[in-house]
Design a binder for this molecule. Sequence first.
Ligand code: FES
Ligand code: MG
Length: 576
Amino acid sequence: MRRKTPESLRSARWFEPDDLRSMGHRSRLMQLGYAEEEFRGRPVIGIMDTWSELNTCHAHFPERVQDVKRGVLQAGGFPVQMPSLSVDESNMKPTSMLFRNMLAIETEEMIRCHPLDGVVLMGGCDKTTPGLVLGAISAGVPAIYVPAGPMIRGNFAGKTLGSGSDAWKYWDERRAGNLSDQDWVGIQSGIARSAGTCMTMGTASTMTAIAEAMGLTLPGASSIPAVDSNHHRMASACGRRIVEMVWDDLTLDRIITEAACRNAATVAMATGCSTNAVVHLIAIAKRAGIRLTLDDLDELGRTTPLIANVRPAGKGYLMEDFYYAGGLRALMNQLRERLDCSALTVNGRTLGENIEGAEVYNQDVIRPLSNPVYHEGSLAVLRGNLCPNGAVIKPAACDPRFHVHEGPALVFDSYPEMKAAVEDENLHVTPDHVMVLRNAGPLGGPGFPEWGMLPIPKALIKQGHRDMLRISDARMSGTSYGACVLHVSPESFIGGPLALLKTGDAVRLDIPNRRLDMLVDDAELSQRKAQWRAPEPRYERGWGWLFSKHVTQADQGCDFDFLQTDFGRAAGEPDI
Ligand code: FES
Ligand code: MG
């Protein structure tokens, strides 16, 4: 059932009229050496390419763009490369999260203002997936996602290294005096050995898995290692498919439904997802006009077992092993009963059809439901007088003795203050202490940085401790682990209750009952509240100022208020 004709293509409004403006548009494509028959009457496909030389995870994109173009041409489309904001995790300060919404705005507006009939979204490094998807939802044209794919396994001295996770682990060994300078340099050169995203189940692999479970990629696409020749073939297949999607007018509103969002959340829980999934999933669902709350995610977390045995929540394996074990299709087939298999995907088939017959080849990597890595899903959502609007923890990635824990708070107001204290070998701290970092949320950080895996104080490291309860209004990397309560909302910078906590106050965490409280009475808290003064704003101009004025809190997905779909009427097509 083809609903689009050459005359009804969106790009026809640019190229077909016999008027001055259209002559200008045509002549400018001809400036590139194209003949009219190469673009007129053909779907114009924008390749939204988040490549840069500082986004090392996307180092293979220049090649993959050529694969996508090949596919588009084979299917009779006209490909155009659209360099897009390259939000990278590896080199941006203070945090890439400050720029997710910038990519979302850019994607939306660059699609809207150009003669594009459909887009191929090329991303992978953490924020690029939600940034591109958020923008494409609002732009409303057909879109398909090309996930960058994970890099190959790290290797040093005969040992496998996992992105992020092993950096944290060996850093603590170095701080404990157990690792030589030479070994540290060896780890540095062995932990990132190819193009591709972090190969633990960090935020990148979590978000690309979410994209696949949501129906935005071709079946199995998210698990293919970046440098595998299958990755080239997947990219060219996306090029062919997007042209058909344009003719079929298969827009994202038909794919990102409530069922698709719940499927994505279920799959995220079963994979041991990054805590960042919560923020991005809520933002994506809201853009698509779907209600998905922290409580919905907690409920899915309680009922979905974690079956991907991939670090950091799982034990020994990495994304390359996950691919060889059958990849995400095989994992989703295990979860079949818990998914809405009728959800439509970009290839025009249902999720159920796409995962039919997908086999698990290694039952230790992708576990059967009867033998999960952890009996519940990856995340738990907490409430209490420290986090009335919620906070998040990854129970499977922390020492179980912290699942129920009470201890005295050790509070820091800034990262530099905390950093100096944890290196002080004489710091008064016990393994029962609860380390707290505040002013690290969306406004306080600024930008909601990944500081939430607070370093264990050296005094404890030297005694052999490697985990303790930590609380912050920051995020943490998906490659991180430990008893870290994150995303405390509302954040302290705007006067959330975390701002009222004092060193020495007792704090109680109870994961089974989903509670996080400070054991301070209400009268005392009201008094502290009355004395609280808001910190100086972080920005007085520029992007940071715009971000600060409009970003929503963690529990709302950190979208900008004015970008949310319910903020106002959608922009129509340009009328000239
Ligand atoms: Fe790019 Fe981890 S730094 S995915
Ligand atoms: Mg990360």
